[in-house]
Design a protein around this ligand. Structure first.
Ligand code: GUN
Ligand code: ZN
Length: 433
């Protein structure tokens, strides 16, 4: 039996990368549109005038004349255990990790604590319109169990993994090559492709793994067709210099991962700020992706991501918040900061490109574009309603907007969780403001 439901609003979604087809051809916009959902999938999308005569009279249509409906937002890099340490003062990456991050992550040996944070973390994602994320756990296996159990409650499409880390970190937070391999494998068997969940093999970053551990991560990756590899890459200059000391036989930072067979179509590297041409080339050749995390890169003082370089080399890019290095759960605010990072390099980040990076581009980086990322018929019904009148300022500013591109740009400049009126995952409402 079909369970049709429909939403009527302004509807916008990306259908291609603006870099490949130009801005105009990269999106579809229905000023007065209808989205029809059948159970958990998108059944129809189009202009109200065209679709209405063909819809059953009995169909209930939710009408939102002041909203813009878009796909659910996709955060390609975030740490759920760092939820409660967001906004930690005064340090760059390596001291920030030792001062704030490691002590905070130690708390996740306790499953009750992990469950509490996972629930609050997911609530925060949903109130910000994020329906899919690629998520770091901690070194503790229970941190991943707690996260996936909490995600299952809302039937969310989520990716997570246990951190692998066997050196250059406090004893209370390290595993060994063998235990990290075994525990990651057990978690894959338990969770990967269970409902909408996926597993990511998650070595923290090169400095906290021995050669043996990275080699075992590569072995594990080769044992499955479609698990992810999630780590950090070239975020901070001191980190890059340290990697050269620790791995003197590597050509560059990425080569450490490359030598261990960690580059793949399902490999996502957070940051990738300080890369040479050969690194872009290897990322491109292997179908790997970079997660661009502007609020974090500015807050931790790491540097400016070179989006145009990544584009020239055809490297897949998604956008990430990187909370708690990042300063907001909001992908709208992340787009705001992304725009500024690109401005500082005398280039422009078009709002359609920002929308792309946060939806279809993120889905492509995660190889999930056949399931999520836009509102194509047959896709999973993950979508959000953005309220054009969420605040007095949004209301007055958007009243002056000339077209959808300008409206989106304003929303992604001054909008945040207040603008997210409702969030739907697989056709079900999972947040309403
Ligand atoms: N590099 C290694 N670990 C981390 C982390 O937790 N956050 C960020 N931003 N970079 C890292
Ligand atoms: Zn990170």
């Amino acid at each position: 039996m079909t369970q049709l439901k429909a939403w009527r609003a302004a509807i916008v979604h990306c259908i291609a990368d603006p870099k490949d087809v130009g801005t105009e051809a990269a999106y579809e916009y229905f000023e007065d549109g209808i989205l029809v959902v059948d159970g958990d999938k998108i059944h129809a999308l189009g202009d109200a005038n065209t679709l209405l005569p063909n819809l059953p009279d009995s169909l209930q249509i939710e009408h939102h004349p002041n909203a813009i409906l878009t796909p659910g937002l996709i955060d390609t890099h975030i740490h759920y255990p760092q939820t409660d340490m967001i906004g930690s003062y005064g340090e760059q990456l390596l001291t920030w990790l030792n001062t704030y991050t490691f002590p905070e992550e130690a708390k996740f040996s306790d499953k009750d604590h992990a469950r509490d944070v996972a629930e609050r973390f997911l609530a925060e994602l949903l109130r910000n319109g994020t329906t899919t994320a690629l998520v770091f756990g901690t070194v503790h296996k229970v941190s991943v169990d707690a996260f996936f159990e909490a995600s299952q409650v809302h039937n969310l499409r989520m990716i997570c993994g246990k951190v692998m880390m066997d050196r250059n970190a406090p004893d209370y937070l390290t595993d060994t090559p063998e235990t990290s391999y075994q525990e990651s494998k057990q978690l894959i068997e338990k969770w990967h492709n269970k409902g909408r969940l996926h597993y990511a093999i998650t070595p923290r970053f090169a400095p906290t793994s021995s050669d043996q551990q990275l080699a075992l991560a590569g072995k594990l990756l080769s044992e499955y067709d479609d698990v992810y590899l999630h780590t950090h890459l070239s975020e901070n200059k001191d980190e890059c210099a340290w990697v050269q000391e620790l791995f003197p036989n590597s050509k560059h930072y990425l080569d450490v991962y490359d030598q261990n067979q960690l580059l793949s179509e399902r490999s996502v590297f957070a940051h990738g700020i300080h890369l040479c041409d050969h690194e872009y080339q290897r990322l491109s050749e292997t179908g790997s992706a970079i997660s661009f995390c502007p609020t974090s890169n500015l807050f931790i003082g790491s540097g400016l991501f070179k989006l145009s370089k990544a584009e020239q080399h055809n490297v897949n890019v998604g956008l990430g918040t990187d909370v708690g290095g990042g300063t907001s759960f909001s992908m709208l605010q992340t787009m705001n900061e992304a725009y500024k990072v690109i401005q500082l390099q005398n280039e422009n980040l078009n709002p359609i490109k920002s929308l792309y990076l946060s939806t279809l581009g993120g889905a492509k980086a995660l190889r999930l574009e056949d399931k999520i990322g836009n509102l194509a018929v047959g896709s999973e019904a993950d979508f959000i309603l953005l309220d054009k009148q969420a605040t007095p300022l949004l209301s007055s500013r958007l009243a002056l907007s000339k077209n959808i591109e300008e409206s989106l740009f304003v929303l992604m400049t001054i909008g945040d969780d207040r603008a997210v009126q409702a969030t739907y995952s697989a056709g079900q409402c999972v947040h309403r403001r």
